[in-house]
Ligand binder design. Structure first.
Ligand code: PAF
Length: 281
C-alpha cells in the first residue's frame, strides 16, 4: 500500500495504471476509520482494480470550529486498517495541498441544502461539494463510494455528479451498526460509556417511528410523541426528526408508500452531534 501526500505524486502513480485500463475506485474519508468505512473499501475492492482511499479532515465543511478541532484523528490505526483491507493507495494531503489559496467558487443545491443538515449546518454541503469535486478531478475515479448514514450528503453528491457530468458511478453502501443498533460513526469515539448508551436513543427513535408509520399511524402524532421522549436536557438534545421524500429531502407530512421516503434524525449527545436515518421500504 502506498501512502502519498501530494497531488503531483498521486497523479504520477495513477497515470500509468490508467493507461493499462485499470478501473479506479475512490473512497473519500475524513479518517478515524471504523468498520463502516471498511465496508465501503471492501465493496470497492470487489468492484475495481485499484482502490484509492483519501483521508482528509476537510476544514471548510465544518461550520463549528470546536467540532473541527475535536474531530478524531487516528492516522496510524487508519493506515493499518486500510492495509489489512487491501487498499492500494492512500491520499493524505495537508490543508495547504488541498487549499493552496482560499476557495472562491461556491455550490448551491437549491431546496436540498435548505433542510435538515443544510439548515442546521450552513455551508456544510458547499464544503463537501468543493472537496469531493477536487478529489474527483485529481483522482478521476470510475467509481466513488459513500455511506448511507450520510443520506442527504449522498443526494448532494449525486446532484454534483449529474450537474458537472463527472464520468463516474456513485455507489452507496448501507449503514453499518453495532449489534445494539448504534450506527458506526467516527464521532462515536468521543462518547463516554454513559453517552454511548444515550446515543442509542437515535436508532430506537427511528425504529419506533418506522414501525408506527408502517402500522398506519399519522406522522404528526408519531413525531410529537417521539420528540417528547427526548429530555431536551444538555445531555441528549434532539435537533430534528423528520420524515422526508428522498428525491428532494423536503420534510413530508405523511407516509406516501408510492414514494421513496426516509426518516432522518440529528441529536446532540453531550457535545457530540450524531445523525442517523432509516429508509421506509
Ligand atoms: O462523509 C465524509 O466523511 C465527508 O463528508 C467526505 C465525503 C469525505 C468529504 O469530506
Amino acid at each position: 500500500m502506498e501512502v502519498v501526500k501530494q497531488i503531483s505524486e498521486l497523479k504520477k502513480v495513477l497515470k500509468p495504471l490508467r493507461g493499462h485500463s485499470k478501473s479506479v475506485s475512490l473512497v473519500p474519508t475524513m479518517g478515524a476509520l471504523h468498520q463502516g468505512h471498511i465496508h465501503l473499501v471492501k465493496q470497492a475492492r470487489h468492484e475495481s482494480d485499484l482502490v484509492v482511499v483519501s483521508i482528509f479532515v476537510n476544514p471548510i465543511q465544518f461550520n463549528n470550529p470546536s467540532d473541527l478541532a475535536q474531530y478524531p484523528r487516528t492516522l496510524s490505526a487508519d493506515l493499518k486498517l486500510l492495509e489489512d483491507a487491501g487498499v492500494d493507495l492512500v491520499f493524505v494531503p495537508e490543508n495547504s495541498e488541498m487549499y493552496p489559496s482560499e476557495v472562491q467558487v461556491a455550490f448551491r443545491f437549491g431546496a436540498l441544502e435548505e433542510v435538515l443538515e443544510g439548515a442546521f449546518r450552513p455551508g456544510h454541503f458547499n464544503g463537501v461539494a468543493i472537496v469531493v469535486s477536487k478529489l474527483f478531478h485529481i483522482i478521476q475515479p470510475d467509481l466513488a463510494y459513500f455511506g448511507q448514514k450520510d443520506l442527504q450528503q449522498v443526494s448532494v453528491i449525486r446532484r454534483l455528479v449529474k450537474d458537472l457530468q463527472f464520468d463516474l458511478q456513485v455507489r452507496v453502501v448501507p449503514t453499518v451498526r453495532e449489534t445494539d443498533g448504534l450506527a458506526l460513526s467516527s464521532r462515536n469515539l468521543r462518547l463516554s460509556p454513559e453517552q454511548r448508551l444515550q446515543a442509542l436513543s437515535l436508532y430506537k427513535c427511528l425504529e419506533s417511528a418506522k414501525s408506527e408509520l408502517l402500522k398506519g399511524n399519522a406522522w404528526f402524532d408519531t413525531k410529537k410523541q417521539l420528540e417528547g421522549g427526548f429530555d431536551h436536557s444538555k445531555e441528549l438534545r434532539l435537533e430534528y426528526l423528520e420524515l422526508v421524500d428522498l428525491d428532494d429531502f423536503r420534510p413530508a407530512e405523511k407516509r406516501k408508500p408510492e414514494l421513496k421516503q426516509g426518516i432522518c434524525i440529528a441529536a446532540y449527545v453531550g457535545e457530540v452531534r450524531l445523525i442517523d436515518n432509516i429508509i421506509l421500504d
